[in-house]
Design a protein around this ligand. Structure first.
Ligand SMILES: Cc1ncc(C[n+]2csc(CCOP(=O)(O)OP(=O)(O)O)c2C)c(N)n1
Length: 610
């Protein structure tokens, strides 16, 4: 009969074959034999995180950045329960993540034994597959099939966390110091996602044409915005194609980007800050809608959405009110209804569908000669008016949106303290970073500032699945570890930082810069109308405290910088120094240069609002 360690080696070899090479490990005696197998295998990237909640979020960050599952290993009992926040975040963000927990044997569950609870199936519906086994009682064939089926479900279907629960019976350390037992009987992992349905161009054309009426009697978009509003009281009187595209939270897709780059010349595209498409579509649309009415003539007739949630409150309210015909494009069956529009689901590839839309609508407008290399970002208000002179053009609706957004009179300075200066920082950060930078936004005002900051060359992430403040820093740490060639900048509030400060309790990657708005508590509750009306709530809701972040940094040997938030240039130069060094490093892979110029440690910028 095989030693326990041989069976565990077999499991670990299977996981390697499945390509799951990045793992975060939390400590414990029950999982030590499993961890020993990972170490002895010799090829995995293994990171230590004593706090399971933080460790699971780190693994989530790794999966998020690689778009491929990373794993997390923990011991039995409440250790497993602590991973739940990351599991639900993975579920709603559709990120694949593997939770590998060690367990006591079945006969010890509920027998008053320590560190023991009912682990099999503990995550309920928040994982799409789980597998429980006691390797001593199962053959290698059974183990291989169990893991294969479990991973297949997670890899081929909607990505989410997957739970592998492994019960270890005594003697659990049997063979722990034996060499790794490589097996020749590892089955290949071939997961073929099902082929998406082909997009039927004729069906798309019919659908789009049935969604609006073409008519010459269009309102004159050269009228000043206020007069136009008066003329166009009701959306029923508007008779020209009004198609809007919304890209909600979505993983990066170059294919989608290439279609959107063309499509943005015809229709308004609302790209959420976490859509991975922040370089296309309407510029600063969320800011443009903030604290003002949106006129009826901007109501879309047809909304085409891709991805999941969007953060913009004004857009949500507007779409709930205007109730356009809504079609959602995506390969996954679960489709939310955030605007109460009962979206029709087209289960096709999103870029294929939008390519079809592009082909169709570009034929509506024969005069629509899209200038090659035209600089979208610098398109001014004047050319936008001129372009709209061809009144039956599909672009009319796009132009109306551009004009509306550009007529926003609210400027960042108008916001109350500390929002004005924090937003200005974010805007400057968004403008300054290059493609080699990744921005992670905390779940409070930070992600809202991001949404109001317009376009950026950086990829932007935020844990908007369930919008918890509990793993924002850890997720960024994991992402930075998994993509060392990029400079990762995480921006978050003081409460989120302290809450998730165990993210710093690991070997921190030097390509990470942490920026904290140390503004004395959860200032989002000053922004939201309601909590800000009752002073007595502050102690319990805003939780104001004065934190000397310097001591947190000292504890974890993190390099600390403290600035007034108004020292914008100094702060930005300091932050971007890391990007420049990484860039230099990739430009000349000179060994000495690496030695001299790479920052040695993670840097922490504490920004004080005065
Ligand atoms: C786990 C969790 N608990 C509570 C909340 C509710 N919540 C949302 S924002 C916030 C305060 C965050 O404060 P901070 O990080 O300082 O950011 P700021 O509001 O100042 O931008 C809280 C407690 C949450 N989102 N997640």
């Amino acid at each position: 009969m095989d030693m326990l360690s041989t069976k565990l080696d077999f499991i670990v070899q299977l996981l390697w074959e499945a390509g799951i090479s990045n793992w975060v490990i939390s400590p414990g005696s029950r999982n030590a034999p499993l961890v020993a197998s990972f170490i002895k295998h010799g090829k995995f990237q293994l990171i230590s995180s004593p706090d399971e909640r933080s460790g699971a979020f780190m693994a989530l960050g790794m999966s998020q950045i690689n778009q491929y599952p990373a794993g997390f290993i923990c011991t039995s009992g409440s250790a497993v329960v602590n991973t739940f926040p990351a599991v639900v975040e993975a579920y709603y963000q559709r990120i694949p993540l593997l939770i590998l927990s060690a367990d006591r044997p079945e006969e010890l569950i509920d027998q008053w034994d320590g560190q023991t609870l009912r682990q099999p199936g503990i995550f309920g519906e928040y994982v799409r597959s789980n597998w429980h086994c006691n390797p001593r009682n199962e053959s290698t064939e059974q183990i291989a099939k169990g893991i294969y089926d479990c991973l297949k479900e997670a890899f081929v279907n909607i990505p989410s966390a997957t739970h592998l629960n492994i019960a270890l019976s005594e003697p659990i350390y049997e063979g722990i110091d034996a060499p790794f037992a490589f097996s020749d009987a590892i089955p290949p992992f071939v997961f073929k996602p099902s082929q998406p349905n082909k997009v039927d161009l004729i069906a798309v054309k019919q659908f789009i044409e049935s969604s609006f009426t073409k008519d010459e009697s269009v309102p004159d978009s050269t009228l000043p915005i206020d007069q136009k509003h008066m003329v166009e009281e009701s959306s029923e009187s508007i008779k020209y194609p009004r198609i809007a595209v919304l890209i909600g939270q979505n993983p990066p897709s170059l294919l989608l980007k290439s279609v959107l780059i063309e499509l943005q010349h015809y229709v308004p595209i609302f790209a959420d800050v976490c859509s991975s498409q922040t370089q296309v579509g309407l510029i600063s649309w969320d800011w443009g809608m903030l604290k003002r009415e949106i006129p009826n003539y901007l109501e879309p007739e047809l909304l085409i959405s891709v991805g999941t949630a969007t953060i913009s409150k004004p857009l949500k309210q507007f779409l709930k009110k205007s109730k356009p015909k809504h079609i959602h494009i995506g390969l996954y069956d679960e489709v939310g209804d955030p605007f109460e529009t009962q979206p029709q689901h087209w289960k096709v590839n999103e870029s294929d569908f939008l390519q079809a839309v592009l082909e169709i609508i570009s034929t509506f407008d024969t005069s629509a000669e899209v200038e090659e290399n035209s600089n979208w970002v610098e398109d001014s208000l004047i050319p936008a008016f001129q372009k709209s002179n061809n009144s039956n053009s599909i672009k009319k609706y796009l132009t109306d949106w551009e004009v509306y957004i550009q007529s926003q009179s609210l400027v960042s300075h108008d916001l109350p303290h500390p929002f004005a200066s924090e937003l200005q920082f974010m805007q400057k950060l968004f403008q300054s970073v290059q493609e080699n930078c990744i921005i992670h936004l905390g779940n409070s005002m930070s992600v809202r500032y991001g949404s109001w900051s317009g376009q950026t060359k950086a990829q932007v992430y935020s844990n908007r699945g369930v919008s918890g403040i509990d793993g924002c820093l850890s997720t960024a740490v994991g992402a930075a570890i998994a993509s060392p060639e990029k400079h990762h900048v995480v921006v978050l509030g003081d409460v989120s930082t302290i809450y998730d400060s165990n993210a710093l309790w690991t070997d921190l990657p030097s390509n990470l810069t942490i920026v904290v708005f140390n503004n004395g508590g959860g200032r989002i509750f000053d922004w939201i109308e309601g909590p800000n009306k009752l002073q007595e709530l502050r102690t319990f809701i805003h939780t104001p405290r004065h934190f000397e972040m310097e001591y947190l940094c000292k504890l974890y040997s993190v390099k600390h910088f403290k600035y007034s938030i108004n020292q914008l240039d100094e702060i930005l130069n300091g932050i971007l120094e890391n990007s420049d060094k990484l860039q230099e490093k990739s430009d000349h892979s000179h060994p000495n240069l690496d030695e001299q110029s790479s920052p040695k440690t993670v840097r922490f910028f504490e920004l004080i609002s005065e």
